[in-house]
Write a protein that binds this ligand. Structure first.
Ligand SMILES: NC(=O)c1ccc[n+]([C@@H]2O[C@H](COP(=O)([O-])OP(=O)(O)OC[C@H]3O[C@@H](n4cnc5c(N)ncnc54)[C@H](O)[C@@H]3O)[C@@H](O)[C@H]2O)c1
Length: 213
C-alpha cells in the first residue's frame, strides 16, 4: 500500500487553532464569526484562513462570516475528531503519563484504553484512569480492546522492537514520540512528533527579537 501524502498538511496543522478560536466565540454566545476575526486572533492572513476553512466544505457568507456551530462541526468532522479513536500508550514514563492526563485528547475523540510498561512499579496501577499492564499482555489486549492507534513513548533503543510487536498485533497507526525513524509496513501510518521543533522556533524568534541572550 502506498504511503499517504497529504497535500494539505499545513492546513490540517492549522485547523485545531481555528477550532479553539471558533469554540471560544461559541462560548461568548456568537452565532457567526468572520474569517478576518479568526485571522487577527491567530496572526494569519484572512485569505489564508478562508482558503484553509474551504477544505472542510463550509462556506462563509459575505459580511456575516461563518456559522459558528456548523464550522465547529465541519472542522471536527474533517479532522475525524467526531469519531472515537481507541488508543494505547506504550511506555508509561514522564511523557506517557503527561499524555494520559491531557484532557483535550478525550474531548477530541481519542480514548486511551490502556498503557503498557515493563516496570513492576507501574504494572497493575492506574494513571489518570488508564490501567497499566505488562508488555506480555500487550498483543492480546490490543486485539481484545480493538485498538487501532498506539502512542509510542518508550526509550529510543526500544522503539523499533516495540513497533514491530504493535504491527504484528494489528495496530494501524503509531504516534511516535521517540527520535527513531521507524521501519514499518506501508499500510501502517506513522506520525513522528518532536517538541524540539517548537523550541527551535521559539529560540530563533527570541534571538531575532531580542538578540542572543
Ligand atoms: N517527541 C518529543 O518531543 C519528546 C519529548 C519528550 C520525550 N520524548 C521521548 O519519549 C520517550 C519517553 O521519554 P520519557 O521522558 O517519558 O522517558 P521515561 O524514562 O520517563 O519513560 C520511558 C518509559 O518506558 C518504559 N519502557 C522501557 N522499555 C519499554 C518497552 N520495551 N516497552 C514499553 N515500555 C518501556 C520505561 O519503564 C518507562 O516507564 C523517549 O524516547 C524520549 O526521547 C520525546
Amino acid at each position: 500500500m502506498p504511503i499517504v501524502k497529504l497535500a494539505s498538511l499545513p492546513t490540517i496543522k492549522r485547523l485545531p487553532s481555528y477550532l479553539h478560536v471558533v469554540e471560544a466565540a461559541q462560548k461568548d454566545g456568537k452565532d457567526f464569526i468572520s474569517g478576518t476575526i479568526i485571522a487577527e486572533e491567530l496572526e494569519l492572513e484572512p485569505i489564508q484562513v478562508r482558503k484553509d476553512l474551504a477544505i472542510t466544505g463550509i462556506v462563509g457568507k459575505p459580511r456575516i462570516g461563518f456559522p459558528v456551530k456548523e464550522l465547529i462541526n465541519a472542522i471536527n468532522s474533517f479532522l475525524e475528531w467526531d469519531k472515537i479513536h481507541r488508543a494505547i500508550i506504550v511506555g508509561a514514563g514522564n511523557l506517557g503519563r503527561a499524555l494520559m492526563g491531557y484532557a483535550e485528547f478525550k474531548r477530541h475523540g481519542m480514548s486511551i484504553l490502556a498503557a503498557f510498561d515493563p516496570s513492576t512499579d507501574k504494572i497493575g496501577k492506574t494513571i489518570c484512569g488508564v490501567p497499566v499492564h505488562s508488555l506480555n499482555q500487550m498483543v492480546n489486549k490490543i486485539r481484545e480492546l480493538d485498538v487501532h492507534i498506539a502512542i509510542l513513548t518508550v526509550p529510543s533503543d526500544q522503539a523499533q522492537a516495540v513497533a514491530e510487536l504493535l504491527v504484528k498485533a494489528g495496530i494501524k497507526a503509531i504516534w511516535n514520540f521517540t527520535n527513531v525513524k521507524l521501519k514499518v509496513p506501508g499500510n501502517v501510518v506513522v506520525q513522528k512528533e518532536d517538541l524540539s521543533s517548537g523550541y527551535a522556533v521559539l529560540a530563533v524568534k527570541m534571538a531575532r527579537q531580542h538578540g542572543s541572550v
